[in-house]
Write a protein that binds this ligand. Sequence first.
Ligand SMILES: Cc1cc2nc3c(=O)[nH]c(=O)nc-3n(C[C@H](O)[C@H](O)[C@H](O)COP(=O)(O)OP(=O)(O)OC[C@H]3O[C@@H](n4cnc5c(N)ncnc54)[C@H](O)[C@@H]3O)c2cc1C
Length: 377
Amino acid sequence: MTPNLDFSISSPKVDHCALRAEVRAFLAQALPRGWSAGERARSWSGFDADFSRALGRAGYIGMTLPTEYGGHGRGAMERHVVVEELLAAGAPVAAHWIADRQSAQMILHNGTEEQRRTILPGIAAGEVYFCIGMSEPDSGSDLASIRMRAERLPSGGWRLNGTKLWTTYAHASHYMICLCRTGLSDERHGGMSQFLIDLALPGIEIRPVLDIAGEHHFNEVHFDGVDLPDSAVLGQEGDGWAQVLSELAFERSGPERFLSSFALFEEMARLAPPTGDAAIGRLAAHVMVLRHMSQSVAGRLEQGEKPDLHAAIVKDLGAILEQEIPERSREVVDPALADAAYTATYARLRQAAPSFSLRGGTREVLRSIISRSLGLR
Ligand SMILES: Cc1cc2nc3c(=O)[nH]c(=O)nc-3n(C[C@H](O)[C@H](O)[C@H](O)COP(=O)(O)OP(=O)(O)OC[C@H]3O[C@@H](n4cnc5c(N)ncnc54)[C@H](O)[C@@H]3O)c2cc1C
């Protein structure tokens, strides 16, 4: 079957301009005082629980969740508008980011009624935070090779042993959605299940891993005989691989996949001489095209589709743009004109940029997915 590569959008008409103005008014009063260029440059990795709670009170978290679970029953396109505004402002969204973007969707679609009622309202309030337990030492791109194991106990429940790696903000999260081996299946993608793990349980040790800039956001998480009740299984036992693939579609498709360097793009445009116009115009055109493509993915999600191929294309092209901005900025901005705001923004994004084509799936892995989806291999 020929894959549908149409990136046009068809979604119910919503007054997005009014919503955009509302979010901007909220941000004008809610952003921490003295919000600096260097803070903006953290993009979606800035962590501020007070800000997340304020965002939850304003109704901008859990927007697409049903109201019976504390959500707001709004559309994926409306959420897209809010997320774009938060990223453009460089708001500190990391506390609730993973929970809002993917964990809540996983619980809504695969969880039990008890899991939905217990956890989703806290996520929508901006008070319950999640981390992603997929990668392990020696299992990153090749996620199907994970070794962490959950053994079923004769008396009921499960016992977990193993290690997860690169777990963003595990040290500040309440829960992890964790992919484990549960079966004896010889199938590469069989015998895996997802668990909803309360990170306060005994036997869990979270050790920091510092990034290239010496900052602590990701971690190594050790599970040493951690006992879980049967109710901690998320979805169907043995369906972990299929579930994790749908989780990755949520993880790869949003505007954060092309706006990570946006603060530097604005700084560059502010300081660029007229000779830099062509470079700025070219980057602006790329931002607009990616924005259209990302909105199309949101429209497809809203219509219940699974736009995995489209999401992989947005993520791959978006990471190229995010990594090009620091390069072009160095060529366009005269160092003699670089002020403190520009220098702080440039320094942070220059160091962070290599990770943009690793997190959420490396460039080679995304291209492999794209070529397979297009029937090219
Ligand atoms: C900032 C950041 C945050 C992260 N947060 C999380 C998190 O919260 N939770 C989590 O579970 N993980 C997280 N990760 C991990 C991330 O998903 C992995 O780093 C990624 O999947 C790559 O795995 P790896 O580091 O083991 O590299 P490897 O898989 O060892 O890859 C090394 C290189 O080999 C290439 N390669 C591998 N296989 C192939 C192949 N078959 N064909 C061609 N080339 C190949 C890769 O593209 C890459 O260039 C995070 C990573 C970063 C950088």
